[in-house]
Design a protein around this ligand. Structure first.
Ligand SMILES: Nc1ncnc2c1ncn2[C@@H]1O[C@H](COP(=O)(O)OP(=O)(O)OC[C@H]2O[C@@H]([n+]3cccc(C(=O)O)c3)[C@H](O)[C@@H]2O)[C@@H](O)[C@H]1O
Ligand SMILES: Nc1ncnc2c1ncn2[C@@H]1O[C@H](COP(=O)(O)OP(=O)(O)OP(=O)(O)O)[C@@H](O)[C@H]1O
Ligand SMILES: [Mg+2]
Length: 276
């Protein structure tokens, strides 16, 4: 899947894709979006726009695949969202010429918070309410307009479970799901996403000041590299440590994130059938 030369002697890890490879990904993903919409018999797609790079790239590729009329964007601010992120999200919709709506989700979330005020003080529980509320709204519009819901999960997020179960993961497909985060940035630059958006600090914005890298305790460059070489790739712990110059603790942390999030990547299990 990647062009990492893992076995070459001491070669620097390189997740960088060449222009030809980026073009191949662009073609592959836009075909995937078109085929998924067609197979569903849908008239297009809905996508949450956050101003972040994952949704921005997905929106760019969806418009290439489906045309402007094929994508309906939803910008869904809560009090945790920075205003400039929300105006970037609207800017993306305007740049692409797609229909979009701004839906304030704070009043909706407050209804949930009123039911369990103590839970509302738990920033993770409350943040997940914002994320799941957006999922409900995506499907509200998709049901009504005969569209599918596009997810924006990338490969690093999927592997580490860095998403809300049945929240931002509640989607019909993940067009950029086979790209590590640094490859998301490369493809975004390649398809013409403005540089300031490509270089945006990744954040779920579930609470003010949250960033992916501080919560994960790893930079995406290190996370991507450990996933590609050790979890997806053939290198042992010690070879990964040597090759990347990372610590054993960092590799352990990634392996632990992958393991403990297994439940998020499978359908809810039920007991096996009883032989009575
Ligand atoms: N072993 C197990 N088997 C079956 N189910 C298990 C389980 N462990 C937990 N669970 C269930 O899963 C729940 C916890 O999972 P969940 O509700 O997802 O919550 P959780 O994983 O605790 O939190 C979501 C994480 O994803 C991050 N996130 C969310 C959304 C967007 C982004 C972003 O990058 O934009 C990042 C967020 O910052 C946080 O770190 C538990 O309450 C329980 O219901
Ligand atoms: N305020 C919001 N309005 C609309 N959709 C949102 C909002 N916040 C998050 N989302 C949706 O949830 C997805 C997951 O968020 P996530 O932060 O992982 O991606 P991103 O913001 O696009 O990129 P980055 O990871 O770089 O911040 C977004 O891509 C978007 O589809
Ligand atoms: Mg974000």
């Amino acid at each position: 899947m990647t062009d990492i030369d893992v076995l070459s002697d001491g070669a620097p890890l390189d997740l960088r894709l060449s222009d030809d490879e980026l073009e191949a990904h662009r073609e592959h993903i836009t075909s995937f979006i078109r085929d998924t919409v067609d197979a569903a018999g849908a008239d297009g797609a809905v996508l949450g726009l956050s101003g972040g790079i994952d949704s921005t790239l997905t929106a760019f590729l969806a418009v290439e695949a489906l045309g402007e009329d094929g994508l309906h964007g939803l910008v869904m601010p809560s009090v945790a969202n920075a205003e400039d992120m929300m105006s970037d999200a609207e800017g993306v919709a305007e740049m692409l010429g797609i229909e979009y709506d701004v839906v304030e989700i704070q009043p909706i979330a407050e209804k949930f918070f009123d039911t369990f005020p103590e839970a509302a003080n738990n920033r993770m529980a409350a943040g997940n309410v914002y994320v799941r509320t957006r999922g409900v709204l995506n499907y509200f519009v998709a049901n009504h307009e005969n569209r599918i819901v596009l997810g924006t999960g990338n490969r690093a997020e999927a592997m580490t479970g860095y998403f809300t179960k049945y929240g931002d993961q509640a989607v019909d497909c993940n067009p950029i799901g086979n790209l590590y985060k640094q490859q998301v940035r490369q493809l975004a630059a390649h398809v013409g996403v403005p540089e300031d958006l490509v270089l945006q600090t990744p954040s779920a914005e579930m609470w003010s000041g949250q960033t992916d890298e501080s919560e994960l305790g790893l930079t995406y460059d290190v996370l991507d590299a450990i996933l590609a070489l050790h979890v997806d790739g053939p290198l042992s712990m010690s070879a990964t440590v040597r090759h990347l110059g990372v610590s054993e603790q960092q590799v352990d942390r990634v392996v632990e994130l992958v393991k403990r999030s297994a439940h998020k990547r499978s359908m809810p299990p039920a007991p096996t059938e009883l032989d009575l």
